[in-house]
Each structure stands twice: as C-alpha cells, then as structure tokens.
Design a protein around this ligand. Structure first.
Ligand code: ZN
Length: 487
C-alpha cells in the first residue's frame, strides 16, 4: 500500500528494491528461508513475460514438454563438470513414504540429465533430429544469500533443450536463442542488453560455450538476464544420446540448453523503477491503463462511474489491459500514488468536469507531474492511449540505453578500470587468463560479464579502439570484455 514511503534509490538502492517488491505486492518471503512466494501482481507480470517468450519459442519450432521434478541422484553424477558445478546447491530427497529410498533423488537444479536419459531412448536415427523442446517449470538450487526474484532457493523459469545432428546446427541454435532473448529484452521489457560469450570461469557447468545477455541495473551493476549454452557432445556422451547418420554410422548428438527466469522481473524493477516505485514497460504491464474516477457527491459519482465503465469496456475491446479503480474509502490522490508505485504506464483521471466536456486527463507514469499530462477527447481515447503506450515503451528503452552508455567506460589503465566498475561497466582488453580474471574479481569485486558479439556497439559511438594489452597483466589481449560488479 502507498502509505509508507520507500527509501530513495540514491539513499539505499538495495533496500529500495526489497521494500518495493513487497509494497507493490509482487512477491513475499516464504516460511522456508530463501524461498519466494510470487503474488498475483507479480505472477501476472510473469505470465505476460511467458507469453511473449513462448510465442517466440514456438515460432522457431520448439514444443513444450513437462519432465519430473525428481531426478535420480546418479544422473547428476554422470557428467563430470555438471556434478562439480551443481553438487553444492543440490537438495536431496532420501526418504519417501516413510521409507529410506534405495537411491536418493535430487530436486532438479536443471533438467539436462533426465532429458539426456530419455533422448537416449527416443533418438535413433538422423530422421529423429533435430529435437526442439522447452519446459516452463521451477527448479531448486540451495542458495545461501538470497534476494527476491534475483536469487532464491526455488525459482521459476523456462529451460529449452535441443539435440542436433551436427555441431554447426547446434551452435546456430545456441545463437538463435540468444537472439530470441535479446529481441524479447529489447522489444518487450525495454531493456537494452549486451549479448556475448562467457569466460570459462563463468560458463554453465557442462557447457562448451555459454552466451548470455547482460543488462545494467539502475545502480550500475550488471544482471545476467538470460543464458544460452552450446553443450557440445558432453551430455550426449554421458547419456549415450546417439543416432544413425545417413551413411549408417552411429554418431553422438550435439545438444544445447537455454534459460530465462523470474530474475528478469528483478531486471525490470531495477532498470526502469524510480523513487516513486515501479515503472513497467507497457508491453508487459499486467495493467496498462488504470481509470481513477473522481467525484464528491452521489450524483457526480453515478455519472462519473457510468462514463468510466463505458470507457473501460471501450478500451477492453481494443485489447488493452484496463483496471477501473472503484475502491471506496480512498481519495483519488491516494489512488494515484498507489498506481504510480505499482508502475501502471497510463492513468486516466475522470471527474465530473471531464465527463461534461466528454474528455479525460491522461498521466504518463514515466513522466511524473504536469509534463506527462495531457487531456484527450473520450471518443479518441483508445487510439490516443495505444499511441501513448508505444511512446512510453520506446522512451523507457531509450532512457535505459542512454543510462547504460553514460555509465560504460572504455578503460585503458587499471586505475580507470577500478573507477569504472565503482559506478558501471568497464569495457577492457583482457588476456583471456582465468588467473587475471580471478585477481580482478578479488581486487575490484568486478566479474567478467561477457565478450560482446562482433558488431556490438557497446559505447554508443562505434567499437572503440582498445589498448591491445590486458588491463591487469599487460600481456597481449585476446578479447575485449565487459567487466562489472553483478547481482
Ligand atoms: Zn591478463
């Protein structure tokens, strides 16, 4: 509710985030430490995210499936890097129905292993390939330091899994899904992202190559917002996923996996939010338009509410997501603040004078105060609002991109680098060694986020020149990478 004020972002960004998630009723803490309850407003946002992604997955030929939550523990142990990466985070079930289990089961941390197991039965011939699957589910990773949406013990996501006949095809799939995530982030969430490859230290346990999209939050830190993995033949070999090729030779498949989780809600909050609360991108907002009726007398009330209901019906017909706030006992001003805090992109204020003029006042969430207000004739509202929502969507993206560029610095000395990661991203040359990466992390708390794909305009004015030598050890550089402190 809107009664208690949030801390400002400048005062305490972390506490601003924590309180906002609770106050906007996106999520709450569960009785089990580190678990999250997603409340209806948060889930409605997640459903819109799901729909936008699911449409893209299906358009690229993927089908949804459901694999079980419980996986035999021995499966996790079959792929060497996978077990090393996930063992510390596993939740293990040893008792079922009051009996000690013959084999312990794990709550899935991800599903490569069980899917590999089933593929070994389902895939026989090149005619069975490619296999293109996705599942929407939750997974469990026993995280010690948790934060709602960003890192919780159980979280919601989708995991895509594909199997291919050739390496090239699997690599192309990995990159295609990275592009899908980028397209989603940019065009639905209005979040500019840098797509690139992870270092060996940061890649997925069991992957040959991990790509990610990285976004800059409002405090300058990075958030990995989606990942796409080329798994080589690692899981295919561990699980005997083989096919007979056209010449009758038995070959291992090449596989990929890719995921995007409820973390993206954290990104939406931290990229667009302001001191008044959430600012939701129109394309994903559960409520795009809220109508707040304004009246004093009973007579005014009946005429204003009648018009408000007609307006709502008219807006619903054009597929807008509309709420009419008819709550009794709250002043219009209180309602304005409440919906501002919850990030609704457009507010329609409707009072007796507006009804008399057959007009309404529109207020933009992304431009608080008089600047974002405009009066429009009721008859034109569906079109006016559609246009306004498109403008808001674009303006949120532009603002976030300008912020990221203003806080990304090409650094040619370690001193510059250290200053850059205090407030944002450093774009620096790197020798490629894990030792340098580890020392940079110890000394600056910044991690290697990604090596941007060729052609990425990181700085906003072309590729920049780079120094040719590693920012840490001054040996010849192998890559230019984004470094930042990260969530
Ligand atoms: Zn180095």
């Amino acid at each position: 509710m809107a009664d208690e004020k949030l801390p400002t972002r400048a005062e305490d960004f972390s506490e601003w985030y924590n309180q906002l998630v609770l106050k906007a009723q996106l999520a709450d803490y569960a009785p089990v430490r580190g678990c999250m309850i997603v409340r209806p407003y948060g889930w409605a946002l997640w459903e819109n995210i799901q729909q936008a992604l699911d449409k893209r997955f299906k358009a690229t030929g993927h089908q949804n499936v459901a694999f079980p939550l419980l996986i035999p523990k021995s499966f996790i142990e079959k792929e060497k890097h996978h077990v090393e990466g996930f063992s510390p985070e596993l939740a293990v079930v040893t008792v079922g129905g009051g009996e000690e289990l013959a084999e312990p089961l794990v709550l899935r941390p991800t599903s490569e292993t069980i899917i590999g197991h089933m593929w070994s039965k389902w895939i026989q011939s090149y005619r069975d390939l490619p296999v293109l699957m996705n599942q929407w589910n939750s997974v469990v990773r026993w995280e010690l330091r948790t934060k709602l949406f960003l890192r919780t013990l159980e979280f919601y996501w989708q995991e895509g899994h594909t199997a291919h006949a050739t390496r090239d095809e699997a690599v192309a799939e990995t990159k295609q899904m990275l592009d899908v995530y980028t397209d989603f982030a940019v065009n639905e969430a209005a979040i500019p992202v840098i797509a690139g490859a992870k270092s060996d230290a940061e890649k997925f346990a069991g992957a040959d190559i991990t790509y990610s999209i990285e976004a800059m939050m409002g405090d300058g830190k990075a958030l990995q917002s989606g990942t796409s993995h080329f798994l080589g033949q690692n899981f295919a070999q561990a699980f005997e996923v083989k096919y007979l090729d056209q010449t009758g030779v038995l070959q291992y498949c090449w596989t990929t996996s890719w995921g995007l989780s409820t973390r993206i809600i954290g990104a939406i909050i931290m990229v667009h939010g302001d001191d008044q609360g959430l600012v939701l991108p129109p394309r994903l907002a559960p409520t795009q338009v809220v109508i707040v009726p304004i009246y004093k007398t009973d007579e005014e009330k009946s005429s204003v509410l009648k018009t408000a209901k007609e307006l709502k019906a008219q807006l619903l017909k054009t597929d807008l997501r509309v709420t009419l706030d008819e709550r009794e006992g709250f002043s219009p001003g209180w309602k304005f603040n409440d919906w501002e805090m919850r990030g609704v992109p457009v507010r329609v204020e409707l009072g007796p004078k507006d009804v008399a003029k057959q007009a309404a006042m529109l207020a933009r969430r992304d431009k608080p105060g008089r600047e974002g207000k405009v009066s429009a004739p009721l008859a034109d509202l569906p079109m006016t609002i559609q246009k306004l929502l498109r403008e808001i969507q674009q303006s949120l993206f532009d603002k976030a991109l300008a912020f990221r560029r203003a806080n990304t610095h090409e650094t040619k000395s370690y001193e510059e680098f250290k200053r850059a990661v205090e407030t944002g991203f450093a774009y620096a040359s790197w020798c490629g060694s894990g030792d340098c990466e580890e020392k940079i992390k110890e000394e600056t708390r910044a991690t290697m986020r990604c090596i941007p794909l060729d052609g990425t305009d990181v700085l906003g004015h072309g590729a920049g020149s780079g120094s040719g030598v590693c920012i840490h050890c001054s040996k010849p550089a192998k890559a230019r990478a984004i470094f930042a402190r990260a969530y």
